[in-house]
Write a protein that binds this ligand. Sequence first.
Ligand SMILES: Nc1ncnc2c1ncn2[C@@H]1O[C@H](COP(=O)(O)OP(=O)(O)O)[C@@H](O)[C@H]1O
Ligand SMILES: [Mg+2]
Length: 258
Amino acid sequence: MRTILVINSKGGSGKTTLTTNLASYYASKKVKTAIMDYDPQGSSLQWLRMRPGHVEKIHGANAVPPKTAPMRSVQTWVPSETEVLIIDAPAGAKGLLLQELVRKSQYIVIPVAPSPIDIHATADFIKELFLFGGARNSKAKIAVVANRVRSASLIYGSLERFLTALKLPFLTSISDSENYLHAAEKGLGVFEMDEATTVAERRELMPILKWLDGHVPNRFGSRVEDKVVSLESSRKLAAFRMIEDPTFSSTGRFKNYP
Ligand SMILES: Nc1ncnc2c1ncn2[C@@H]1O[C@H](COP(=O)(O)OP(=O)(O)O)[C@@H](O)[C@H]1O
Ligand SMILES: [Mg+2]
């Protein structure tokens, strides 16, 4: 079973959108797919309940303890024949929960919205992931995707530099598109909607699917190694020092770094 964790500490970055679209892509290819929802809000499970009868089934598992979500009847159990499991993480996951999520996963996809605040929070989250989440010693492959991008010219300069220092790939930019909203309303993914009207969305999601299949594309064309385990710690520390730069959050760029 392949386990893909979709995570960012920030709410609204696109975790559920990515989870449901990746899951429905695999399901539409007849891959046995399950979603494990760790978010007390249960948006992925709600999406599953809205799925029409004619599309491929996706199993839903509830990973939220009953204390936090007393009304949820769905079990944590995942069928043994599951081939792809996608975990929808809650906002603000840290500490033991973060370690548990990382331990379960072979792939970690981090969606990030284009605002300076989101970019800063994401860089902090990646730091947390490495320093306390166990990503440093895990074999999980990690990549970042931009989400809700309104203009192709949007600069993620600071985040890009940070990711390059960490040798993490920045896979793709997902546009801010009504098709994702329509899909969410109907319990579908863009790969299950009319092909002609979802060409752009399908194209922008493809680099993630390719990366999950072992390809290593990089939006910025620079060479990225397909491993994050053996990062030199000096490089890592330099990157962490960069995001602690106080000029980072105000502009989304580093004034002190060329
Ligand atoms: N690329 C996108 N285009 C349009 N709307 C989006 C896009 N990504 C997310 N949204 C919308 O933004 C809101 C937050 O996204 P969501 O996936 O629920 O984030 P998270 O799970 O990280 O909190 C939702 O209403 C969702 O439908
Ligand atoms: Mg969510």
